[in-house]
Design a protein around this ligand. Structure first.
Ligand SMILES: [Zn+2]
Length: 357
């Protein structure tokens, strides 16, 4: 297997220094107040923790939590609907609980605009699941509500299939909830969601579409094959949960589809049309999808080599950081820190803020 670039560890260390030096302030005009996992202080905390600086991570997590509290008391848009892991104040509280032990004390909003991961029920279910202090009854109730809402994957009037706004994110959240918290066989509706993702991957030869009509094809975590691959591998890892379901052959089909999606991701430009190195629509997100297969019981040395190809590209092409928030977890350096740390670690580390903090 080809070695990683000698610059891997120096890139990781340099990125960590930049993230450690990021500053936030609510008292100064123009002070940065972004608490979120996506582009703010909670995302920094995750990157610092996974990069190996637990002390800095705990400080930044507490800062994220303070910023989130300030936001929920001072800005009307956060007074309700604040529940999602990646974009909401809840994510900052969950990260703080994971790192300092302070209970997140999450509440479920009364109303939701959507079911999706970034701004809807699935993202809130992720937050509840990732905070160990959350009562199981609250998780069970929201999972049932998400299922009862039906296969609705729309965001701003458009229907999406990917991890950020659609089917893959909703299915991933439900599989993880049944596997890790509820520990019972998921309803057939969950099985059907995974079958549908596998069918779409197979029908499009690995190029999972962003919209049901197949009109948009992107290859990034938020829209496209990487999010489908992560979801299918999460389903494969939980396959024993589904035994006794109507279609016992499904898990083999899920793995077959995952391999096809991995072929497509591996053949794509690691930089997704210069969208940078982050998790959402950058190289780290695509690399992580490949990692989910490589570090699974079904991974092969050639799957690992594909991961290393992404790791070498992401280091060797360092200037292409990303356009928006180039130091953040989902759009920039923070994602690269997590991905490189995961590659060097050589065990399976879940996708940040979805599989684990
Ligand atoms: Zn994105």
């Amino acid at each position: 297997m080809a070695p990683l670039s000698p610059a891997t560890r120096t890139t990781l260390a340099a990125d960590m220094a930049v993230i450690r030096a990021r500053t936030y302030a609510v008292s100064q005009p123009g002070g940065r107040t972004d608490f979120s996992v996506y582009t703010g202080a909670a995302g920094d905390a995750i990157a610092l923790m996974r990069g190996g600086d637990a002390d800095a991570a705990r400080c930044r997590a507490a800062e994220a939590c303070s910023l989130a509290s300030w936001a929920t008391t001072s800005r009307s848009r956060w007074r309700t609907g604040s529940g999602t892991m990646i974009c909401g104040p809840a994510g900052a509280r969950v990260v703080n609980e994971a790192m300092t032990g302070a209970p997140a004390e999450l509440v479920v909003p009364n109303t939701f605009d959507a079911n999706e991961t970034l701004y809807g029920r699935a993202g809130t279910l992720d937050a509840l699941r990732l905070a160990p202090s959350t009562p199981k009854s609250l998780i069970s109730r929201l999972a049932a509500e998400l299922l009862a809402a039906g296969p609705e994957y729309s965001w701003h009037g458009k229907t999406y299939l990917g991890a950020a706004h659609g089917l893959c994110g909703i299915a991933h959240s439900l599989i993880a909830t049944y596997d890790e918290v509820l520990d019972v066989r998921p309803p057939e509706a969950v099985h059907s969601m995974i079958d549908r993702i596998a069918d779409l991957v197979l029908a499009h030869h690995g190029a999972f579409p962003s919209r049901p009509d197949g009109s948009v094809r992107l290859t990034q975590w938020c829209h496209g094959s990487p999010g489908a691959l992560l979801c299918l591998m999460r389903a494969c890892r939980a396959a024993q949960l589904f035994s006794g379901s109507e279609s016992s052959a499904s898990p083999q089909r899920w793995l077959q589809a995952a391999r096809l999606a991995a072929d497509h991701v591996a053949a794509s430009d690691p930089f997704c049309r210069a969208k940078g190195v982050g998790l959402c629509h950058g190289a780290a997100g695509n690399g992580w999808a490949l990692l989910s297969l490589a570090r699974s019981p079904w991974g092969t040395p050639s799957d690992e080599e594909r991961v290393r190809h992404f790791a070498r590209a992401i280091v060797d092409d360092a200037p292409r950081l990303g356009l928006d928030d180039p130091h953040s977890l989902f759009n920039g350096r923070g994602g690269r820190v997590c991905f490189l740390a995961a590659v060097l670690n050589e065990t399976w580390m879940g996708f940040p803020a979805v599989d684990s903090v």
